[in-house]
Design a protein around this ligand. Structure first.
Ligand code: SAM
Length: 295
């Protein structure tokens, strides 16, 4: 079915809508609206949206990307916290009969249930120009709650996109890199300068696509233990792994256990968490789980 082409996505039409509704930007909500049609088209292409897809959009703003999504997808659910944007969305999305706007804080929405209801349990696609102040909790929430998603294509701060994509031995490598790479294959698909937004953010941005794995690339006995170990390692970034883990008694991995496992793995006793790959963390967590069971 062919749907109307988007009308938003350039500075002139955006300003017109903002003036019509006397909209006041709320800094606390991370409101930077996209005003570049090329970037919008790139996001839709990167997300590989087809007529068969159901899409969840987080933070539709005045509905710019929502129009692009609605024109390409089967259905769109858009979750927006700012009540002042709801009448605007009703106006800008009036030509599309396949969009549902939900006026809620995304952190309070049961996205797993929403996604399951939308697509009869089959995975949806998640697309967003995310509010930067809660990028990490949103992405971690999608993974940890096992929201059925085929892919997550999001605009984030450039530095955060880099952190999601890097491997060990770089300064950006950390708990976010490992969590993202456990659940998905990340790929930065575009770098986006501040002048593509209104108002301009004071950081560079990037679009990253996370293609969600059906099965994680490493097998672990206890996912919670794996992530507790990863968090403890990076909380104490400058510390060796044995000291980092030893400082978190709840983990139940005393120094001697770490030294023993590292020896078994053929790694130096002085190794830092930032040097370990996801596979090595998984191996470490499985060995620790076994030793904990035995003790
Ligand atoms: N998608 C629009 C665009 O690209 O022009 C707007 C993107 S803007 C970076 C982020 C949007 O997320 C804003 O509309 C903001 O009000 C909304 N937002 C911020 N915090 C939110 C939350 N906790 N739940 C839902 N929406 C939120």
């Amino acid at each position: 079915m062919s749907r109307p082409a988007p009308t938003l996505g350039n500075p002139q039409n955006t300003i017109e809508i903002l003036n019509k509704y006397k909209f006041v930007f709320q800094k606390k909500y991370g409101q930077n609206f996209l005003i570049d049609p090329h970037v919008l088209e790139k996001i839709i292409r990167a997300a590989q949206i087809t007529e068969a897809d159901f899409v969840v959009e987080i933070g539709p703003g005045i509905g710019t990307m929502t129009q692009y999504l609605a024109a390409s997808a089967k259905g769109v659910a858009a979750i927006e916290i700012d009540r002042a944007l709801i009448p605007i969305l009703q106006d800008t999305l009036s030509a599309y009969d396949n969009v549902t706007v939900i006026n809620e804080d995304v952190m309070k929405v049961d996205l797993k249930k929403l996604a399951e209801e939308m697509n009869g349990g089959k995975p949806v696609k998640i697309v967003a120009n995310l509010p930067y102040y809660i990028t990490t909790p949103i992405i971690m929430g999608l993974f940890e709650n096992h929201v059925p998603a085929k892919s997550i294509t999001v605009m984030v701060q450039k530095e955060v996109a880099d952190r999601m994509q890097v491997g060990p031995g770089t300064k950006d490598y950390g708990a976010l890199s490992l969590a993202v790479q456990y659940y998905a294959e990340p790929e930065i698909v575009a770098n986006v300068p501040p002048n593509c937004f209104m108002p301009r953010p004071n950081v560079g941005s990037a679009v990253i696509r996370l293609s969600v794995y059906e099965e994680p690339p490493v097998k672990v006995k206890d996912e919670k233990l794996l992530f507790a170990i990863i968090r403890a390692s990076f909380n104490q970034r400058r510390k060796t792994l044995q000291n980092g883990l030893g400082h978190v008694p709840e983990l139940g991995i005393p120094k001697e256990m770490t030294v023993h496992i590292l020896e078994e793995m053929g790694l130096p006793a002085s190794v830092r968490g930032e040097a370990l790959t996801l596979e090595q963390f998984a191996d470490f967590a499985n060995r620790a789980a076994l030793l904990k069971e035995q003790s």
